[in-house]
Each structure stands twice: as C-alpha cells, then as structure tokens.
Design a protein around this ligand. Structure first.
Ligand code: AKB
Length: 317
C-alpha cells in the first residue's frame, strides 16, 4: 500500500495530523518530515529531514517510502511572511510547485495543500464571507495562498493531479503552539490564563476572526481527503467554518471557567492583517459536497482546551 508523506510535520497542524493519520493507518505508514529537528511526539514513526525547496530530496523521499499521498503543510504564516516577503513568496510558492510537479511526474494518488481565510481582502463581504467572494488579499501570505489555489486548480485541470485544499481559519489546539500567525493569540491566551498571568493581546478587543478547534481541523482535512473525487467540485480551495469570536469574547469564555483572568489590549502590526480578513465564513459548498460539520463551539473548545492544557502543564512540572 502506498504511504503518506507530511511536510511541515513539526508545525501546529502537522504534528496533530501525523498523530491522527498514524492512529488510523499505522505508524510506519505515515512519514513525517520537516526542516526542523523532529519533536518527541513524532518519534512514533519514520521521520525525514526535508527542505521543501529541494525538489530532488522530495523525490528521493517519495521513492524511498513509496509515497502515494502528500499533505504539504510547510509554509510561512501571515505575520512572519509580512516580515520577510520575498522568502515567504519563495517558500510558499516554490514549495507547493515542487510538490505538484512531483505529484504529476510520479503520478501520486492525492495531495493536500492548506489555503487560508487570508485569500480574502478588505473588499470581501465581512460577515459569512461566501466561497465566491472577491479575493483581493492585502498580505503577501494571502497573495501566496491565492496564487497557490490557482496552481492547484491548474494542475488538477491540466494534468489530472488530485489536489485538494481547505481555506483554514485560525487553528486552536493544546498539543502544540502555532508560529507566526495573526490568529496565534487565541492559543497563547489559554497558556497565560492557566499560568495565572495577565494576557496582553496584540489585537483590539472587538476584532472578530474565524477560528476552528484542532480536532475539527484534523477531521475536516481527513474528510476532504477521503471524499470520493466526484464529490469535489471546488479545485481551488474550500471555505470551512466553525467558530467566530473576538478577543473579548474568548476572554469572557475563559473568565467563565477561571476566576481572576485578566486581559489587556495593545494592538500591533498584526491588527492591520486581522482588519483585512473576514469576521466569519460561509462554508455551504463544503457542507453540501462532502458533508462538513464542525463539532466544537467557543464554550466546548474552551472547556476542552483548559482541561487538556492544565493536565499537560501539570505533567511538565
Ligand atoms: C495566520 O494567522 O496566519 C493563520 C491563518 C488564518 O491562515 N492562522
């Protein structure tokens, strides 16, 4: 049976997707790869050092492990990308093209690539942004995601590469920290709350953004990848939605469970990025085409985050 390769497996989504896919298919069936040293949670199965800008190395790993499916997650997120625009473009575009070309030449069965709500810009409908809203991003990250979506559709239409994609909102999980995103505050806030420290938020209190709990994000990804080809009507990238909240709303949900939690607001350069994105997303095509439905809302996510994160922090003591 052909195996699965995950690039960017040390990242926030990569590490959880690796864990879940190994649970479902067996440890040896899922090859984790990253440019960074492997995290201890990845030691359950094979790991390969991989810079996705190195096409020869990608092909070597694909041949060595008889790879049939790639989840290509290695990329720079929005806030980091704004600080290094040329490298962000290179990594996000050339990395994707290396994977798409490998998939084409080696006739891989399936590729997953993450897009983002960052494809939308300030002129898109803010609330319940539809799948087909105008995509005029004002960040280099958003520009790279929009171009990436078009490359995915092109490789599918021209060369028959079965590449599938989701426009993720901010992802929130307790197992690992995100790195370099604008939505990262919504993970950090739980850590500070449990450490008994005040949280200094880099966004304004009313700045609502689309978000999703990690369990839902992993489920959406695998559900999309397991859907029959004929159900996939969108070959750019699907809107997927779960929760939408502002910093003051997540703070209120935490305060409901943890007495004495304090938050202050000092918006920085990331506020402009947040302001350019939707407040919430409409994901009707994902629901219709492959049955997408999230399980977690703000309350149930907060409950699960605080329970699991406090258990983890206790273990580390
Ligand atoms: C980011 O904040 O950059 C990401 C995203 C919404 O794509 N979490």
């Amino acid at each position: 049976m052909n195996k699965i390769l995950i690039t960017g497996a040390c990242g926030q989504l990569g590490s959880e997707l690796t864990e879940e896919l190994r649970k479902r298919h067996g440890n040896d069936y899922v090859i984790a790869s990253d440019i960074s040293e492997p995290k201890s949670s990845l030691s359950t199965g094979p790991f390969e050092h991989l810079d996705v800008l190195d096409r020869d190395r990608i092909e070597e790993i694909v041949d060595k492990h008889n790879i049939g499916t790639v989840y290509h997650l290695a990329a720079l997120l929005s806030a980091t990308a704004e600080k290094n625009i040329h490298f962000a473009w290179k990594l996000n575009m050339d990395g994707l093209l290396n994977i798409l070309n490998t998939a084409r030449e080696k006739s891989l069965e399936r590729v997953f690539w993450p897009s983002s709500i960052a494809v939308f810009g300030p002129d898109a409908q803010k609330v319940k942004t539809p799948q087909t809203a105008a995509c005029n991003p004002t960040t280099v990250y958003g520009i790279s995601k929009l171009a990436g979506e078009q490359w995915c559709a092109y490789y599918h239409n021209k060369f028959g590469v079965d590449v599938r994609s989701l426009r993720y909102p901010g992802l929130i999980g307790y197992k690992s920290m995100p790195g370099g995103g604008t939505t990262d505050y919504a993970v950090d806030i739980y850590h500070k709350a449990l450490e008994g420290e005040p949280f200094h938020c880099f966004l304004e209190k009313e700045s609502a953004l689309p978000m999703m709990y990690m369990a839902d994000a992993v489920k959406a990804t695998i559900d999309l990848m397991e859907a029959p080809s004929e159900n996939i009507t969108i070959r750019t990238s699907y809107n997927v939605s779960a929760i939408s909240f502002s910093p003051e709303e997540i703070a209120a949900a935490i305060s409901g469970q943890l007495e004495g939690f304090e938050i202050t607001y000092t918006p920085d350069h990331r506020q402009a990025i947040a302001d350019s994105w939707p407040d919430s997303i409409d994901d009707t095509p994902a629901r219709t085409d492959w049955g997408w439905e999230p399980s977690f809302d703000l309350e149930s996510m907060t409950d699960d985050m605080l329970k699991n994160l406090s258990a983890m922090l206790k273990e580390d003591e």
